[in-house]
Write a protein that binds this ligand. Structure first.
Ligand code: SAH
Ligand code: SF4
Ligand code: F3S
Length: 475
């Protein structure tokens, strides 16, 4: 009988990809997936440490397993990912019934460690080195991943996949735990990336999202040749079957003109750029050690406007960072109004033990103030998103159709011959429309008739479109 694996994933796209790799490796060891923890032989939690809330959720989920483990001591419970790397033995202290703690750089050891536990071993732990606990090479090696293993069933959809081009981060923003959980920045060799993209295309992927914490700082030096993100995009553009290429997350300082030209010139590359600003105040940016000023960001926006037609930029913000005054916050509001982001992810500052922010600065903004600033900024961003989305009404956009909409799933109509579908434009806007099963996975023209802040509503254009450059704008 095959063994059963239950896996829960929180955190960023890196974690989604890591879970895909772990499932692929456990399948090789005879595992099948299950959605029911009670039926599982092994239960894995892929965790995130970026904010305290993410950790609390994981510890609470683990708390719910205590009874199950007491009744079924043969079940293996594992914690993997960033919180495993950050908390290490503390996981066993807080949840003694956990058997396994594995950092993001040790995931390839999971099948072997699970076997050891099944053979009677207690608390097994495999984690990467701390950022001061060895030579640079030793530290780097201890954070390497094992990307070639892929499992199509774990992807966002059968047509979309993530592809890691970079591990780790060296920016050390003062609020951020990622450089210690994911280790030093390392670019993967271009040939490996290309081969993996080919494999994904062969498996039916039409859209690939390249992943890195600061993806546009990607650099790989081999002898005398340096490969950067723009070079990779030119190489990947050539792969048949791939229709769209995206890349996240960008670091403002590394958004070079060469990269923007590649985005403009390569038809498969989405004109969608996620480039977190974090704050609109120079004093706060400096305290965050972001390495750019508001003016630098404005200059970058100007470069994008001038270079990339049909661009869409999105951002992240942290509100209530140490010492953030009302005036600092107002400057952030101003920048949001000025930049008109497609959307923004807004977070309340959460102090992370082990970061410079926690060590050197006081988390002095009251929770209510953080909450109010979060609400205010979100309201302003939502109004902008709605206004800008309205501009799409009457236009025809090309949409990669991802599958049933949330409403279709909620109503149980996802398997009907006709149903409500969801997809995205090339600039990453969500589009909802009526269609049929056969259209899932296709890229089709859709005319937009309504728009909210988060969604465009449209109709599939059923007649063949002839080029009509003056009346029809395809975005
Ligand atoms: N590498 C990406 C982001 C990684 S974390 C980048 O540099 O853009 C994703 C987002 O979480 C960050 O952009 C930031 O807005 C937020 N974040 C990170 N640490 C945080 C903290 N301690 N408290 C609140 N939000 C945080
Ligand atoms: Fe964290 Fe800054 Fe690195 Fe992004 S760039 S992962 S925010 S340290
Ligand atoms: Fe979280 Fe780790 Fe990603 S801390 S945001 S899962 S890199």
């Amino acid at each position: 009988m095959p063994k059963r694996l239950y896996i829960e994933t929180v955190g960023c796209q890196m974690n989604v990809l890591d879970s895909e790799m772990v499932v692929a490796s456990l399948r090789k060891h005879g595992y099948e997936l299950t959605n029911d923890p009670k039926l599982a032989d092994t239960l894995l939690f892929n965790t995130c440490s970026v904010r305290e809330h993410a950790e609390d959720k994981t510890y609470s989920a683990l708390g719910h397993l205590k009874k199950l483990k007491t009744k079924n001591p043969e079940k293996v419970i594992g914690v993997m990912g960033c919180m495993a790397q950050k908390d290490q033995k503390l996981v066993f202290e807080r949840a003694p019934y956990v058997d396994l703690v594995v950092g993001p750089g040790q995931l390839q050891q999971i099948p072997e460690l699970v076997e050891r536990i099944e053979a009677g071993a207690k608390h097994q732990m495999a984690v990467g080195l701390g950022r001061r606990d060895g030579s640079v090479d030793e530290i780097k090696r201890s954070h390497e991943t094992f990307d070639p293993l892929r499992d199509p069933s774990m992807r966002p959809t059968p047509f979309q996949a993530y592809l890691r081009i970079q591990i780790g981060c060296d920016k050390f923003c003062t609020y951020c735990i990622v450089p210690s959980t994911r280790g030093p920045e390392q670019g993967r060799p271009p040939q490996q990336i290309y081969d993996e993209a080919r494999l994904l295309a062969d498996q039916g992927c039409k859209e690939i999202t390249l992943l890195g914490q600061t993806v546009n700082s990607y650099k790989y030096v081999d002898g005398g040749t340096t490969t950067r993100l723009a070079d990779l995009l030119y190489q990947l553009q050539e792969i048949d079957g791939i229709e769209r290429l995206k890349f996240v997350t960008n670091y403002p300082k590394d958004m070079t003109y060469e990269l923007l030209q590649a985005v403009r010139d390569l038809p498969k590359v989405s004109p969608y750029l996620h480039v977190p600003l974090q704050s609109g105040s120079d004093v706060v940016l400096q305290r965050m050690k972001r390495g750019y000023t508001v003016q630098d960001y404005r200059d970058m926006m100007q470069r994008i406007r001038e270079t990339v037609p049909g661009y869409a930029v999105s951002s992240d913000f942290i509100v209530g960072f140490c010492g953030e005054t009302e005036k600092d916050f107002e400057q952030t509001v101003e920048l949001v109004k000025e930049c008109r982001f497609k959307n923004s992810f807004i977070f309340k500052y959460s102090e992370r033990p082990g970061t410079k922010g926690a060590e050197l600065m006081k988390d002095d903004i009251p929770t209510e103030v953080k909450q109010r600033r979060n609400n205010d900024l979100l309201a302003i961003q939502t109004a902008i998103s709605e206004e800008d989305n309205q501009e799409f009404i009457g236009r025809t956009v090309k949409v990669l159709i991802e599958g049933p909409s949330k409403r279709a799933v909620r109503q149980g109509t996802q398997d009907e011959p006709t149903l409500q579908l969801i997809g995205r434009t090339h600039c990453d806007r969500i589009v909802v429309f009526e269609g049929n099963q056969r259209q899932i996975g296709q890229t089709l023209p859709i005319t937009v008739y309504d728009a909210t802040a988060f969604t465009l509503f449209g109709n599939i254009v059923t007649q063949e479109i002839r080029p009509q450059p003056y009346t029809l704008q395809i975005v």
